[in-house]
Design a protein around this ligand. Structure first.
Ligand SMILES: Nc1ncnc2c1ncn2[C@@H]1O[C@H](COP(=O)(O)OP(=O)(O)OP(=O)(O)O)[C@@H](O)[C@H]1O
Length: 270
């Protein structure tokens, strides 16, 4: 799909100020000469929530890593808040499938760890009040001094959300953050994520394999082709916010899921 057509499909939820801009971004991994990503154009506007969905190995994580500045693109340009992304940045928060908390640090110590690494121990101590408030926000009040081994998977991911938010990133890059959780916890965490994003007017970009997760969370769902990944469709989700889990049973939700599935089926994805 051309950049112009994708822009034309830009949804009502994406009419704010552009935050992320990717133009002609592609990636070939030199070592195995694998072209992971075709040419990707993407604009994310402030406060929007977007998802990318596609077959295993189509290049979704590669795209996210390029956006995060962890992997350099082979071609193209990535701009965030008006400046090029050339490496990891303070205004980018990332979250992965596994919480990767340090087992020898308490929940509170894990949350302030990015501050400690960036600005030192005194700065981390000064942020403890804020970290406590974040833990309370995600329902972990009372667990501040607990070690990760004593937390459930969902609780550990909630602590990881706090760790991502403590640096007050303008954008959240999420690589299947809740896919290791059971379905009920995952639904709950998705609603939590929506609440946090709305409260902070955060701009979020999610990699997922779940069509219903993409629809319930997103303003726009980008469907990616098999490798080399490129966007074949941008589906606007016109469900009102805040979204609720009850919406999953509505005809409109079903129609959106069917539309995305039909795009995926065309390319024998998933
Ligand atoms: N560091 C790397 N070096 C070489 N090839 C890589 C590297 N990282 C990823 N690839 C390859 O690039 C392609 C895209 O991988 P990527 O992880 O981006 O896909 P994905 O869509 O996120 O997959 P999944 O849904 O299974 O997580 C795959 O063929 C993968 O083997």
């Amino acid at each position: 799909m051309s950049a112009a057509r994708l822009e034309a499909l830009a949804p009502s939820g994406q009419r704010g100020r552009p935050v992320y801009e990717l133009r002609g971004v592609s990636k070939t991994y030199a070592r195995r000469n694998i072209q992971a990503l075709g040419s990707v154009d993407l604009t994310l506007t402030e406060g929007s929530f977007s998802s990318v969905i596609g077959a295993s190995g189509c290049g979704k994580s590669t795209l996210l890593k390029i956006m995060a500045g962890l992997v350099p693109p082979s071609a193209g340009r990535v701009m965030l808040a008006g400046s090029p992304v050339t490496g990891p940045r303070r205004d980018i928060g990332m979250m992965f499938q596994q919480a990767t908390l340090f087992p020898w640090k308490t929940a509170l110590e894990n949350v302030v760890l990015p501050i400690e690494i960036r600005d030192g121990k005194a700065a981390a101590r000064a942020k403890q009040g804020e970290a406590r408030a974040l833990l309370e926000l995600v329902g972990l009040k009372g667990f501040e001094t607990v070690y990760p081994g004593e937390l459930s998977g969902g609780m550990a991911q909630r602590a990881a959300i706090c760790r991502m938010l403590i640096t007050e990133p303008a954008v959240l890059l999420l690589d299947e953050p809740f896919s290791a959780l059971d379905e009920l916890t995952r639904d709950y965490m998705n609603m939590e994520l929506q609440r946090i994003c709305m409260a902070r007017n955060a701009t979020a970009f999610l990699v997922t394999h779940s069509i219903s997760e993409a629809v319930i969370l997103s303003d726009t769902v980008y469907v990616m082709s098999p490798r080399p990944g490129r966007f074949v469709e941008a589906v606007e989700v016109d469900l009102p916010r805040p979204r609720t889990l009850e919406m999953i049973t509505t005809p409109r939700f079903g129609a959106l899921v069917d539309r995305i599935r039909s795009h995926l089926d065309k390319g024998s994805f998933l």
